[in-house]
Design a protein around this ligand. Structure first.
Ligand code: NAD
Length: 371
């Protein structure tokens, strides 16, 4: 036994339980090869929690997350709970969780698999080889700054939001981006609007200073408008894209569209103490309970958890290779199938679990023969 990793599992609503189930299946397949490694504790969040406890983030779930080293989440929300008061809606549970755990950086990889280039909205020649990560600051900026509100002045209403960044908020997210770049292709593109905004000028200043500590990583600055354009024109030029809360929100959705299906994209939200891993998609009520959802985003989120929370890079790579292999064989869930025959959620999970085991066996050190 190599040590036990404590994982809080929050399946949530809609397709959340279906896709999270496949991620757990793959982790259990890893255990069959490597020995027991993971201790799972399941908690309620979102609509499922409202139904049972009347709140979207019950105390018991907070305690489960507090005791875990990482959190694996499915998705929350659905029309059944849309009439709830704003702070009692399923999504409020997720926002509260991110804030309580001080998850200040969000990583969103966008990888275009060779076998799926034809699914992208862009030309295959443009997207082929795209492999980037958006590193988004998650707890600061215009979403949280004061003053904010809608006020009446001189007989008309005015809306105010304020972008605020303190140096330490920029420093900690910048460190994460440079450290990540060291595990990748050693390139950071920092995105701001320093030609117009003072908060961006400070951002650029601080990122440049932190960048000097990482002499082996190339740093480039881009204005957000230019970045938005280049993501469409030449996405392969990017490795790690570091940016603030609002620009990151927009650019990460743009980058997601390069890849072909929302069902493929994982994410990680990291703090100092713990981290939350979840697919970027929602609860997809239109296909929930029908065994049709693509579980790859959830499985890839589990792989990110192994890499970033547990430093089990070798196993994470095995899962990522297994996903690529299954896709290369032409296996498709309905969202990617087009006119082809689609497999179910569970079948996709089974195949990735099997391929992961094969990859792990292939990379295990061979026993030396006795002479
Ligand atoms: P959505 O991501 O749930 O669905 C958008 C479209 O993509 C739907 O057609 C859906 O069928 C499809 N889709 C999504 N994930 C898929 C998958 N894994 N496989 C195949 N197809 C998939 O977004 P939405 O419809 O705008 O929102 C539905 C609910 O989810 C809402 O209540 C929303 O608030 C919530 N939501 C939650 C999160 C989250 O939990 N982080 C994120 C976004 C939306």
């Amino acid at each position: 036994m190599q040590g036990t990793y404590r994982i809080a599992v929050l399946p949530g609503d809609g397709i959340g339980p279906e896709v999270t189930g496949q991620a757990i299946k793959v982790l259990k397949a890893v255990e069959e090869i490597q020995g027991p490694m993971f201790r799972f504790q399941t908690g309620l969040i979102g609509g499922a929690a409202i139904d049972e406890t009347a709140v979207p983030l019950p105390a018991e779930t907070i305690s489960i997350c507090h005791n875990a080293q990482a959190i694996l989440l499915g998705a929350v929300g659905g029309p059944r709970w849309d009439h709830q008061r704003h702070d009692l809606r399923p999504e409020a549970g997720l926002l509260q969780l991110r804030q309580r755990q001080e998850l200040y950086v969000n990583l969103r990889p966008a990888v275009v698999h060779d076998s799926l280039v034809y699914l992208s909205a862009l030309k295959p020649d443009v997207v082929r080889g795209t492999d980037l990560v958006i590193v988004r600051e998650l707890l600061g900026g215009i979403y949280f700054g004061n003053p904010r509100g809608i006020f009446a002045k001189n007989g008309e209403r005015m809306g105010i939001n304020t972008e605020v960044y303190r140096e330490h908020e920029i420093e900690r997210v910048a460190h994460r981006a440079f450290q990540l770049a060291r595990l990748r292709r050693h390139k950071v593109t920092s995105v701001d609007k320093a030609n117009v905004l003072e908060s961006s000028r400070l951002w650029r200043d601080v990122v440049t200073r932190i960048g000097r500590m990482y002499g082996d990583v190339e740093l480039q600055h881009l204005y957000v408008d230019s970045c938005a354009m280049q993501l469409i024109d030449r996405p392969t030029r990017f490795d790690v894209v570091l940016t603030n809360n609002m620009f990151g929100d927009i650019l990460s959705d743009e980058a997601a569209m390069l890849t072909g299906s929302i069902g493929l994209l994982p994410s990680a939200s990291l703090g100092e103490r713990t981290a939350l891993y979840e697919p970027i998609h929602g609860s997809a009520p239109d296909i929930a309970g029908r065994n049709r959802a693509n579980p790859i985003a959830a499985i890839a989120s589990a792989a990110m958890m192994l890499k970033y929370s547990f430093r089990l890079e070798m196993i994470a790579d095995a899962i990522e290779r297994a996903i690529a292999k299954v896709l290369k064989r032409g296996v498709r869930t309905a969202d990617m199938a087009g006119k082809k025959r689609a497999v179910t959620t569970t079948r996709m999970g089974d195949l990735i679990a099997q391929e992961t085991q094969k990859a792990l066996k292939a990379s295990a050190p061979k026993k030396s023969r006795k002479r």
